[in-house]
Design a protein around this ligand. Structure first.
Ligand code: SF4
Length: 397
């Protein structure tokens, strides 16, 4: 299949791996900030094919996983109301809130529907003018534009019974927060190609220069990942720290102007809490005052809900790259995709789910410790059979 098979070619993968092996002289730690990339890495065993000195750390790149518990609880509260039709992508239905999930709300009589586009929810609102229709708008810069467009359409068409429960997050402030953490070991980033296809690359040069880290915009197929790693390793070995586009078939430096204009019109930047991490300044979007009437949090007065993360789940450490999923005591025992304790085990993009799905059940031998983040800026496993198919497909990204 075009754009799939050609980016999974074993001979080309071998050449890229040979180049990386021939280049590396010291330990390096790279972080991918996309759950889709994490799944490609684990599914194809890419991390196990790399030289021992190159460690891939899985960052907070799964949109479902970083959605805070209190937002899930707000969704549960709204979805439980008899006058509400609550619409969401499939992944969110199994994310546990405090004590239950959206599936349970549905089994108790709540009208919870899986949709494949926010525009489907808008259509449902048009067809049910006597009901309130809410769409659960979560995700990164990739899902924000269609959600923004849906609210724009609702206003334009005067569909007053539609609203959005918003929990959108932005990648660059998360990179900033990761780099500021005293425990940070990351020395280079594989930036998410689809995010950059919307936003462009303009926010990254300043981050790369200030933190002295290479940032390579990277795609999602195995060869994309290997090429991203290869370019990052070459920069690190040369002591460079620039922004490089290894996904030029989809990413233009200026991004998608139409999507950016829609985001600018409908949303405004705000502080946002990330699950297990806490509040990161300017890391999210909310509806701008012009569209505040479509904000479900205000319409249903759920702004006061505050919750605590379950103590036994260490997804916050997983999301910051401080812990590998199979290092969590609950992994594969108390916590499985069928009985998830945390969102990183529920989501089809979660790191815990990836480790479970592709049988990374055992702890791996410790890799050579990478240089500290503040160091000078030199600073054949086959894909395995999944034990279950526990996850619902979701267009969330
Ligand atoms: S394995 Fe389960 S309990 Fe442990 S961090 Fe992952 S989601 Fe949380």
């Amino acid at each position: 299949m075009k754009y799939i098979d050609e980016f999974q070619d074993p001979a080309l993968a071998r050449r890229l791996l040979d180049d990386i092996h021939a280049t590396v002289t010291r330990p390096w730690a790279l972080m991918e900030v996309c759950g889709g990339q994490t799944h490609t890495i684990i599914r194809h065993g890419i991390d196990q094919l790399l030289p021992e000195q190159v460690e891939l750390i899985h960052g907070p790149g799964c949109p479902v996983c970083v959605t805070p518990l209190e937002v899930i609880d707000k969704a549960l509260e709204i979805a439980s109301r008899p006058d509400v039709i609550f619409c969401s992508f499939g992944d969110m239905l199994r994310v546990p809130g405090t004590g239950r999930d959206l599936f349970q709300v549905r089994s108790e009589g709540g009208d919870v529907r899986v949709v494949y586009s926010p525009l489907d929810a808008l259509k449902i609102a048009q067809q049910n003018p006597q009901r309130q229709v809410v769409f659960f708008g979560i995700g990164f810069e990739t899902t924000a534009p269609p959600n923004a467009m849906t609210v724009y359409q609702a206003k334009k068409l005067g569909i007053a019974n539609f609203s959005l429960l918003v929990s959108h997050v932005r990648v660059p402030p998360a990179i900033e927060a990761i780099m500021q953490s005293p425990s940070c070991r990351v020395q280079g980033f594989l930036a998410a190609g689809h995010v950059c296809s919307v936003m462009g690359m303009g926010e990254y040069p300043e981050l790369a220069a200030r933190h002295r880290v290479p940032i390579v915009v990277t795609g999602f197929e195995p060869l994309d990942i290997l090429e991203g790693v290869r370019r990052a390793v070459h920069q690190l070995e040369r002591g460079e720290h620039t922004v490089d586009n290894a996904y030029a078939r989809a990413v233009r430096p200026e991004g998608n102007p139409a999507a950016l204009a829609m985001l600018e019109d409908v949303f405004e930047v705000t502080d946002r809490a990330w699950r297990g991490i806490g509040v990161i300044p300017d890391s999210g979007w909310r509806l701008s005052p012009r569209y505040r009437e479509f904000d479900a949090e205000h319409r249903f007065s759920v702004t006061g809900i505050k919750t605590l993360e379950p103590a036994e789940c260490r997804s916050g450490e997983v999301l910051q790259g401080l812990l590998k999923p199979n290092e969590c005591e609950a992994f594969g025992t108390l916590c499985t995709p069928r009985n998830p304790l945390g969102a990183t085990m529920v989501s089809s993009e979660g790191a815990c789910a990836a480790y479970y799905l592709y049988r990374r059940l055992e702890l791996e031998p410790a890799r050579t410790a990478p240089a500290a983040q503040s160091a000078p800026a030199q600073t054949d496993p086959a894909a395995q059979t999944a034990p279950t198919a526990p996850l619902e497909a979701s267009p969330v990204a």
